[in-house]
Design a protein around this ligand. Sequence first.
Ligand SMILES: [Zn+2]
Length: 310
Amino acid sequence: MRLPWRPLTLSPAPGSRASSVPAGMLNFVPASSSIDAQSLERLRGFVARARRLFVISGAGLSTESGIPDYRSEGVGLYARTDRRPMQHAEFIRSARARQRYWARNFVGWPQFSSHEPNSAHMALQQWEERGKVHWLVTQNVDALHSKAGQKKLTELHGCAHRVKCLGCDAISPREELQRRFVALNPDWEAQAGAVAPDGDVFLEEEQVLHFRVPSCSNCGGILKPEVTFFGDTVSKPVVQFVHDRLAESDAVLVTGSSLQVYSGYRFLLAASDRKIPIAILNIGPTRADHLAELKVSARCGQTLSVIQPL
Ligand SMILES: [Zn+2]
């Protein structure tokens, strides 16, 4: 038996808006069949039994907000484009790479920063408010959990809304850097080429060459998004903090992540070692499927929003 998707019943937290994109416009969500009643009931039971739920979220949670992921079959960035994530070493080593990175980031920022939390983010925020979620660890850098009002939150890979100076470690808002970009490149913005619907930016080499990148206003150091690029590692204190929260938990729920990246996967290994039960909600296979007692392949928003965490 298949259940029809129910309309969203959650109301957004004050000061935030849940996006309600018609299903036909969810271009970045991989195809999936609707969740069957039995899987939904088992997931409900899993969440109901948990007293201190540890949640790990990934890119699959944000695709319903219009942010593409990298790995989804057919719709992820790897499948659709030749875009690959920035490598840490290249960013550090090459002024040219930083210039290209920031030029594209500058053009894409207004759209990227305007994405809103969807019903999955809103559901998890309500679960926290009702005392169900002990801690939420996200691998996403899009700030959508904090926009939804999530408090017990670790952004494992940082957040694109913050900028860090590699010289003095000062953190500043990304929005502030946008204003500096505009001031330094007064004629540049108008020349920038097309921005694809997903924020992908196409720039000519010539345009990039003329893009001026500011340095830290305190120390003149290199500015980098406060984001863990590929090839970099999450700091040890952050990893330890998350392990400690996991140890206090009695169940783990993975939402919207294939767990291909070790920095998230290691917490599933730790949970398995501690015999903490694991449920996975993700479209498509994950690296931790063999560790989970329950695997549900369905959209996060439509599934989480119909589970009342009593
Ligand atoms: Zn500095």
